[in-house]
Design a protein. Structure first.
Length: 333
């Protein structure tokens, strides 16, 4: 074959290789910021989105737990901004309800976001989530999904029943399998709260019948209410041994123990190993905390949404987040 006929082929081959190399560079994983990695983030973006994306994060406010979720949202917003993805926080206020969540998600759908991440919690959110999916908008559940399974794209979180059983077994071992335990839950009917509550209480009823359950009491996920409920129970039950808080407010329960001068006699077991709880662990009011890693969950979920929408990346429908236990001063483990 004459040399002249080989040149175009050679040139096109080089051009193809160059284009492939450029595409590969464009798709290179983008390293996580050190601060995000230190807070547990694990999922890296696959590169800049070919077209501008808008992802909504529906968040509640009013407690240290939700602040961790907001911190994660702000961090992932900064991470993805140079990658052509805009993250928009949609505040839902301080009251947890299906109606409030549905209204927030409805607004996101109206504004035609490319995807949404949120904490559905209640079965009353299922229809709205299914509507979003039916309209072609992916939805990722984080932290606490509804008990009734929706058509959500991905659900990320701890196995709540398993966490409840682990907490219940830990408590039983701390008190020699007998004595009074006060149970304070967040919102009755919230799947995650119920599962963590029932996981522990069912275990006690089946395996540790000498444990006497006081409650459960509903705090509406309000720390001030937890403090009041714990204070009342301590005053009415001088032989109380443990306060088990299934949702927000374990630090409030710990403060109630400290204020009652019952440190070393009554311990608190709860969730979310947050900075403001460290002193209560060190001083002994908190026996243990099972950590949900809210910062990590929202950061990773939003990056996964970016990767899915920009590059067709797929993820498992159910992603279990491990719930390591952080122990306090007086914990036996």
């Amino acid at each position: 074959m004459p040399a002249v006929s080989r040149r175009p082929v050679h040139f096109l081959s080089l051009l193809t290789l160059a284009l492939c190399a450029a595409a590969s560079l464009a798709r290179a994983d983008v390293a996580l910021p050190a601060a995000a990695r230190a807070r547990g983030a694990t999922v890296e973006a696959k590169g800049p989105a070919p077209k501008h994306l808008r992802i909504a994060v529906l968040t509640y406010q009013g407690s240290s737990f939700w602040q961790q979720l907001e911190d994660g949202t702000q961090a992932v917003t900064a991470y993805l901004k140079p990658l052509n993805t805009e993250v928009v926080e949609v505040p839902l206020g301080t009251s947890l309800s299906a109606e409030i969540f549905d209204a927030g998600l409805d607004g996101v759908m109206t504004k035609q976001f490319n995807g949404a991440v949120g904490v559905p919690i209640f079965d009353g959110t299922v229809s709205k989530v299914n509507e979003a999916i039916g309209d072609g908008m992916p939805f990722y559940s984080v932290i606490a999904d509804s008990k009734m399974r929706s058509k959500r794209t991905v659900s990320m979180g701890m196995q709540a029943s398993d966490a409840g059983r682990a907490a219940g077994d830990f408590i039983a071992k701390q008190i020699g399998a007998e004595g009074k335990v006060l149970v304070i839950t967040g919102v009755l009917g919230a799947a995650q709260h119920d599962a963590r509550m029932n996981g522990a209480m069912d275990l006690w009823k089946q395996k540790y019948p000498k444990i006497k359950i006081i409650g459960p009491f509903e705090s509406k996920d309000d720390a001030a209410t937890v403090y009041s409920q714990a204070t009342d129970a301590i005053g009415s039950n001088p032989d109380l041994k443990v306060i088990y808080v299934t949702a927000n407010g374990s630090e409030a329960a710990a403060k109630a123990v400290r204020d009652a001068k019952a440190t070393g006699h009554i311990g608190v077991v709860g969730y979310d190993d947050l900075p403001e709880k460290a002193q209560y662990k060190q001083d002994g009011e908190i026996l243990a905390l099972l950590d949900q890693a809210p910062y990590r969950q929202v950061f990773d979920a939003v990056v996964m949404m970016h990767n899915q929408q920009a590059f067709g990346q797929t993820y498992p429908a159910d992603i279990v987040i491990p719930s390591p236990i952080a122990y306090g001063k007086y914990a036996h483990h």
